[in-house]
Ligand binder design. Structure first.
Ligand SMILES: NC(=O)c1ccc[n+]([C@@H]2O[C@H](COP(=O)([O-])OP(=O)(O)OC[C@H]3O[C@@H](n4cnc5c(N)ncnc54)[C@H](OP(=O)(O)O)[C@@H]3O)[C@@H](O)[C@H]2O)c1
Length: 220
């Protein structure tokens, strides 16, 4: 009899040879993989971004504009849940996390997740993920606590999640002005179509003389 740890649980295997132990272990691994890919497949990314007319999203590690109403929209969309016992995830690249002023980090009332290839530790402020699939696995493990998964940038993270089979919707604020930028939103695929979301304000918004509109896209 051999007892070992698997997925945090003690697994006891009655075996008479090392071959049968290997076979049993493999079976458990295969089952675990099927379980996790089945669970993660149902998870959908909702992207939220504000872009200028020239498709810019950032400059020098900051936003190129200051629009309080647009920021309030971002906060509302990413925070509000239907189920008060659940929270939304905000998934972001390491630079987007770094760019946020410390007083706003972590984004409150949301589960902050940061993608990085480095060995980072943000303590209880944010969960570190080594890849998009790693993020999905982590979210699948706490699915009963998560309502929506908001992807909040930057450039590469938007691109990867737009191209992912887990893509759900894109909430895009179109700012009707060009700004000098060094970071850009990836091209929007031709098969994306505009849809309505009743909670999204309609029509032209305006702040400080700058016009912008809230759009929502899904894949055709
Ligand atoms: N307008 C908007 O809506 C908006 C939204 C978000 C951000 N921004 C702006 O955009 C700029 C920051 O965006 P950015 O594109 O430069 O950087 P970013 O995407 O936020 O961060 C890039 C970093 O994220 C990590 N990363 C990304 N994809 C990963 C993956 N699949 N697996 C593991 N790690 C991954 C890497 O970190 P490591 O180098 O540590 O490996 C990479 O260097 C800022 O100017 C910010 O203000 C604007």
């Amino acid at each position: 009899m051999i007892t070992y740890q698997f997925a945090g649980q003690a697994v006891t295997v009655w075996t008479f040879s090392s071959f049968s132990l290997t076979a049993v272990t493999k079976q458990i691994e295969i089952r675990s993989f099927r379980f996790s890919s089945h669970v993660t497949m149902s998870l959908k990314f909702e992207l939220i971004a504000a872009v200028s007319e020239n498709m810019g999203i950032g400059i020098n590690g900051d936003l190129p504009w200051r629009l309080k109403t647009e920021m309030a929209y971002f906060t509302r969309m990413t925070t509000v849940t239907k189920d008060e016992n659940k929270k939304n995830v905000v998934l972001m690249g390491r630079r987007t996390w770094d760019c946020m002023p410390e007083k706003y980090r972590p984004l409150k009332n949301r589960i902050n997740m940061v993608l990085t290839s480095q060995l980072m530790n943000y303590g209880d402020k944010a969960i570190v993920c080594s890849s998009i699939s790693n993020a999905l696995e982590i979210i699948a493990g706490m699915q009963n606590k998560v309502e929506r998964i908001w992807v909040i940038g930057g450039s590469k993270v938007y691109k990867e999640t737009i191209e992912s089979p887990h893509f759900g919707r894109l909430y895009l604020t179109r700012i009707r002005k060009s700004f000098e930028c060094d970071t850009f939103f990836p091209p929007i695929p031709n098969n994306f179509v505009l849809v309505q979301d009743p909670v999204v304000p309609q029509g032209i918004q305006e702040e400080k003389g700058i016009e912008f509109v809230y759009e929502v896209y899904k894949k055709k």
